[in-house]
Design a protein around this ligand. Structure first.
Ligand SMILES: [Fe+2]
Length: 285
């Protein structure tokens, strides 16, 4: 079992990294941390970075997840290889790009790309948002899956993930007390399906919904409230068609709580208890 300790970042190919960074600052409310290594690094919390854009194929996405130390990384490599998962060790140059001490790469059965990192960089400076959106924490991602039960088994047997709820076949899974860190949504390709940052309160979501309407930013779902995690949410379209989300009040499941995962049907009511209808392909029947 590979013990993950954190979800760290998403690196995203972009048709224009400069334009994507401008959007992420002016619209999403992130802080640009650095432009180096041919990449642009941004963040929405006090860690080094959570999002990184580079000029490249927008379908080329890599998710950074963290293990505790070097021994854990060695053990993870052995465990993945023993289970038939191809592992590629990272080099020094790759570690500089990822802003961590050491890493390896692998893919899930759908073909989603992951960096397993050790000691990703912290930051000596606190997060200073570029817009008052209320963003304060990089929280979770949606991932595309070609076979949700297969990929759920991959994450829940090789890693310390457990499914806390399902909507249809889509598992909402976590390795810590956050209700979900990965949510797997069935489709026919690999890639990051959406990116979530937590905002502080419902007022932030409502303020942003009016801010987006004024600027012709396409809201694709919400404002609403998830039946599963209880989070209030707002989904909208960013550069290269990527879906970004704000949410607040995501359910925390404490270890002592005897949480029983629930099966929701794949219907709009399971995604939103307020009645908002998604305009997101993976959330529709
Ligand atoms: Fe989400």
């Amino acid at each position: 079992m590979i013990e993950l300790v954190d979800l760290r970042y998403v690196h995203l190919g972009s048709s224009s990294a400069v334009d994507a960074s401008k959007w992420a600052q002016e619209i999403y409310g992130l802080e640009e941390v650095a432009q180096e290594n041919g990449r642009i690094y941004l963040r929405g919390d006090d860690r080094d970075h959570n999002i990184c854009y580079y000029d490249g194929d927008p379908k080329d996405n890599t998710v950074g997840i963290e293990v505790l130390d070097y021994d854990a990384l060695d053990q993870a490599a052995r465990h993945l290889e023993a289970n038939g998962v191809k592992v590629t060790w990272g080099d020094d140059e790759g570690a500089i790009v990822r802003r961590c001490m050491k890493y390896l790469t692998f893919s899930d059965p759908t073909g989603n790309k992951f960096d397993l990192v050790v000691r990703p960089f912290a930051s000596g400076r606190r997060y200073f948002p570029s817009r008052d959106a209320g963003v304060h924490w990089f929280n979770h991602i949606g991932l595309k899956t070609k076979d949700a039960p297969r990929d759920e088994k991959f994450w829940c047997t090789l890693f310390n993930f457990t499914a806390n709820d399902w909507i249809g076949d889509a598992p909402l899974m976590s390795f810590d007390k956050v209700h979900h860190r990965f949510a797997l949504f069935p489709t026919n390709e690999a890639g990051v399906q959406h990116i979530n940052f937590q905002v502080k309160e419902t007022d932030d979501l409502m303020r942003s919904s009016y801010f987006f309407n004024d600027r012709q930013i396409r809201i694709v779902f919400g404002p609403g409230r998830h039946a599963t995690s209880g989070a209030r949410f707002l989904y909208f379209e960013g550069p290269d068609g990527m879906i970004y989300e704000y949410s607040c009040g995501v359910r925390m499941i404490e270890p002592e709580e005897e949480w029983k995962p629930r099966q929701f049907p794949f219907t709009p009511d399971s995604f939103c208890v307020w009645g908002s209808k998604p305009d997101i392909p993976e959330f529709k029947d």
